[in-house]
Design a protein around this ligand. Structure first.
Ligand SMILES: Nc1ncnc2c1ncn2[C@@H]1O[C@H](COP(=O)(O)OP(=O)(O)O)[C@@H](O)[C@H]1O
Ligand SMILES: [Mg+2]
Length: 252
């Protein structure tokens, strides 16, 4: 297995006051190519902070390396997908929304951009909505366009920050299944933040739990349940209980 991401002794402090504490204090994490890492943790424990550091949006101490190269700034090999799906340009069609990042990242040939957006819209089942505008789409579809935008850049690492948290339960389940399908087709490496234990177990090949303070990993396990995971899968209850108990204990 090829190691894609290596985080060594990561320390992050926003230095927003004289006594400001480290949000992340000495985190170590390695991730292999093709992993789907679900990250759970109490609200405010530093999940977003962690992936913002990986994305290159934050200064940090320690090292974060992607394919052996230290992260010092944002790059198209690491793309973030946010929770808020209002991350599309309302005045651009779906296909133009997907093509725009390609354009600003150096794909000058219009035909080539069109070919790529067609390919990825087809992959996520949105080809027939290519000429629609965001306001004509449901929340779930908008989030799929946002995911398509990221995939089209062929990043090595997709960083997803609670991408389905704002969606209703049915749409969310649908997008979870969609995500598994996309993952199988593209073999992308994904870090997926969620506060939903079910989602973490359904999607992750590996699941970690961050501690409330200091951003350490309290649990780090390979997901023992074969895909497709459902709450009726053997072993599901044990894994769910383990994360739920740990979250309940870490209240201080
Ligand atoms: N830009 C910032 N400046 C100062 N403090 C911040 C900033 N962003 C986040 N924090 C603080 O860092 C902690 C972790 O936040 P965050 O990474 O958003 O947690 P999570 O995503 O796990 O809910 C919180 O206490 C939050 O208030
Ligand atoms: Mg967050």
């Amino acid at each position: 297995m090829t190691e894609l991401l290596k985080i060594t002794n990561l320390v992050k402090n926003y230095h927003d006051g004289p006594d400001s504490e480290d949000i992340i204090h000495g985190l170590n994490l390695t991730l292999n190519q093709g992993d789907f890492l679900s990250v759970l943790g109490p609200s405010g424990c530093g999940k977003t902070t962690l992936i913002r550091c990986i994305a290159g949006f934050e200064e940090y101490e320690g090292t974060i390396e992607v394919e052996g190269k230290k992260v010092t700034e944002p790059g198209t090999n690491r793309i973030m997908v946010f929770q808020n799906y209002e991350q599309l340009f309302p005045w651009k069609t779906v296909e133009k929304n997907v093509q725009y990042p390609l354009k600003i990242n150096g794909i000058r040939d219009k035909e080539e951009r069109k070919r790529i957006s067609d390919e990825y819209l087809d992959l996520v089942g949105l080809k027939k909505y290519a000429r629609f505008y965001p306001h004509q789409l449901s929340g779930g579809m908008k989030q799929r366009v946002a995911i398509t935008k990221s995939l089209a850049l062929k990043p090595q690492l997709i960083l997803m920050d609670e991408p389905f948290a704002a969606l209703d339960a049915i749409t969310r389940n649908h997008l979870q299944r969609e995500m598994i399908r996309i993952k199988e087709k593209t073999d992308a490496t994904v870090i997926f933040i969620t506060h939903n234990i079910q989602e973490a177990i359904t999607l992750g090949s590996r699941i970690v739990l961050m501690s409330r303070h200091g951003g350490k990993l309290r649990i780090d396990m390979q997901n023992p349940i074969p895909k497709p995971v459902t709450p009726a899968s053997p072993g599901y209850g044990e894994v769910w209980d383990r994360f739920n108990d740990a979250l309940q204990e870490d209240v201080g």
